[in-house]
Design a protein around this ligand. Sequence first.
Ligand SMILES: CC(C)(COP(=O)(O)OP(=O)(O)OC[C@H]1O[C@@H](n2cnc3c(N)ncnc32)[C@H](O)[C@@H]1OP(=O)(O)O)[C@@H](O)C(=O)NCCC(=O)NCCS
Length: 168
Amino acid sequence: MKTLSVDIRKAEPRDADGIATVHHQAWAGAYSGIIPHKSLIGMLNRRGTKWWANAIGKAASILVVEIGGDIVGYATLGRNRSRDLDQGGEIYELYLKPEYQGVGIGTRLFKAARDKLSAHGLDGLVVWALEENTGAMAFYAGAGGRDVAEGVEIFEQKALKKVAFVWH
Ligand SMILES: CC(C)(COP(=O)(O)OP(=O)(O)OC[C@H]1O[C@@H](n2cnc3c(N)ncnc32)[C@H](O)[C@@H]1OP(=O)(O)O)[C@@H](O)C(=O)NCCC(=O)NCCS
């Protein structure tokens, strides 16, 4: 049997297509039935290969998970954007292809993202998740995050509650 290694590394321009595929599949899987259809389709369509190539080129901090030559997950991270929270870093997005969820890869990507933020001198971490995204809520609570703040995102007049998890 062939053993495939899990490689977590900084995104490179050649990863744009792979990240776009992960984004599409993971967001459709996580948010169908939560974010209203029209808004979700709009979000999926906006972020194709070109969008990701541009994001990688702009030196946005993006990590990818590569298994057997395929991109199966990504995370985006940087400075915490909420003035009300005093943590230095934030993981903006952390997504895996549906068939790679639930086998520990998210835990590894989360740790790599935290390590990268610390290496940049950003101590403390914030992650926001939609409350209806029960998988993500369980994941961040299981990873030791404390839910300390709430917010609201509006999509087509539907208000969705979001929760901030923090780590020190
Ligand atoms: C959320 C996500 C990143 C977690 O990564 P993962 O590799 O699936 O999670 P892991 O296998 O490392 O699981 C770690 C723990 O998280 C919890 N967990 C993860 N997914 C869960 C789910 N769908 N339901 C309930 N608990 C879950 C479990 O407690 C698990 O602990 P266990 O191994 O003791 O059971 C991944 O499932 C994903 O991409 N989901 C869809 C997109 C998404 O919601 N992203 C987050 C947006 S804020």
